[in-house]
Design a protein around this ligand. Structure first.
Ligand SMILES: [Zn+2]
Length: 419
């Protein structure tokens, strides 16, 4: 690509194609090298920000300069080359965990300074949120790094690609920056065992945006994002198949779950948080990401996780078996359907899942303004309702399920599309 000021503007992004397209590596999630040293020689008027810690640059005096970097335990697809007419804006973040984290953003020289400043001002706020919600920034001894790219974005470890063009969309933060930054925890610190578990990156990573909206602006902003995610669900392939997959088989919606690993993964995470509560959810996420409940800078290293690991952790933290929750939501393509019949002053409720498995998801039911919890033991429940009472199921929309209103909207939109 060419920068607006005319110089070359180069970026790499190899998720899918694999790291072996441009550097010697083992092209598997399990191929994480202990350390990668990068020596990138570029024309001296350009910059080459990259992964890990900066070890200085050497000007060869012939118009070329070598930039030297070293990165610990990088995710294989997270090694990236970025070359362009960049300027760096840098600062330091004082973590709640006692360490100081360098922050750096390499942006095009031609960018509007106010937009650059406004984006950079979001860095410490996002660090606040993630360190409180998940735990320590995993690469604090290297940097929080972001580089402007000609493509939309990618979770390159400590050098996140940002190509969202400083868009203002009313969310109160830059969603692309926040999503890619979430992958430092869900993707680079926690790496999936297999692409079949990719929702651990993209689903938990996509839940961080609604949670961040709540952190900044309150429930209305979180619910709006969750509602937007809900409208896009496909439910054609299960989020997790239970057999090893390639990245293409997961990311492509015609052969696998596609976008559901993002939005459905996020909504499943929300329902899990509503079911087990904030404290248990936080502890489960912390153990999942760090392998311990008390992560501190220096006492953890990147690890591999599967969907089964997550279930084991949730069970250990809660002392209950949530196999039905994982099976019902993740291993079935169809969403659970709530069947309702109301007669003789009784409302009967029953869950139906794709594989017919028992789904004992409790439900709040509001009857003329008073909320009761129906336990749904064995996937069934009932509650007394006076003949003329107004009944509202799940008034806070905690439970992900099939909804007629969404099916009607999706059918309508599909019919509007030009053939
Ligand atoms: Zn992502």
């Amino acid at each position: 690509s060419t920068a607006p000021s005319g110089e070359p503007w180069i970026a790499t992004a190899v998720q899918g194609e694999g790291c072996d397209i441009f550097w010697p590596c083992i092209d598997s999630p399990h191929g994480e090298p202990g350390r990668v040293d990068l020596h990138i020689t570029v024309p001296s008027d350009l910059s080459a920000p990259s992964n890990g810690r900066f070890l200085g640059k050497v000007d060869h005096g012939d118009g070329w300069t070598t930039w030297n970097w070293t990165a610990k335990s990088p995710n294989t697809y997270a090694i990236a080359l970025n070359v362009g007419p960049y300027e760096e804006i840098a600062g330091e973040y004082r973590s709640r965990f006692g360490n100081t984290i360098p922050m750096a953003y390499w942006h095009l020289k031609s960018d509007t300074p106010e937009q650059v400043q406004a984006l950079f001002a979001q860095f410490p706020k996002m660090l606040d949120f993630f360190e409180a919600t998940v735990g320590p920034y995993p690469f604090g001894d290297e940097k929080m790094g972001v580089v402007e790219t000609p493509h939309l974005g990618m979770e390159h470890q400590t050098i996140n690609a940002y190509g969202n063009g400083y868009k203002i969309d009313g969310r109160g933060y830059d969603w692309l920056l926040q999503h890619e930054f979430a992958h430092e925890w869900f993707g680079n610190q926690l790496t999936n065992q297999n692409a079949d578990d990719m929702w651990l990156h993209e689903g938990l990573g996509s839940y961080m945006q609604p949670l961040y909206a709540r952190w900044l602006l309150g429930d209305r902003y979180m619910q709006r994002e969750l509602a937007n995610q809900r409208e896009g669900l496909i439910n054609k392939y299960p989020v997790v198949s239970g057999t090893p997959k390639t990245e293409d088989e997961v990311y492509k919606g015609d052969v696998g779950p596609g976008n559901d690993i993002y939005s459905k993964g996020s909504l499943i995470s929300h329902s899990l948080r509503m079911l087990i509560g904030d404290a248990a959810f936080h502890e489960a996420i912390t153990r999942l990401v760090y392998g311990r409940p008390d992560p501190r800078p220096g006492n953890f290293a990147p690890l591999y996780r599967s969907t089964g690991d997550f279930l084991e952790i949730v069970n250990a933290v809660t002392g209950q078996d949530y196999g039905w929750f994982f099976r019902g939501y993740l291993y079935n393509a169809a969403l659970p359907v709530l069947m309702q019949t109301r007669e003789g002053g009784v409302l009967r409720l029953e869950w139906a899942t794709g594989d017919g498995g028992v789904f004992p998801m409790p439900l709040e039911v509001e009857i003329d303004g008073a909320v009761q919890v129906v336990a749904m033991t064995g996937g069934r429940g009932q509650v007394a309702v006076p003949g003329d009472a107004h009944v509202l199921i799940d008034p806070q929309n905690k439970v992900l399920r099939q909804m007629d209103v969404i099916d009607e909207l999706q059918a309508y939109k599909a019919a509007q599309k030009p053939k």
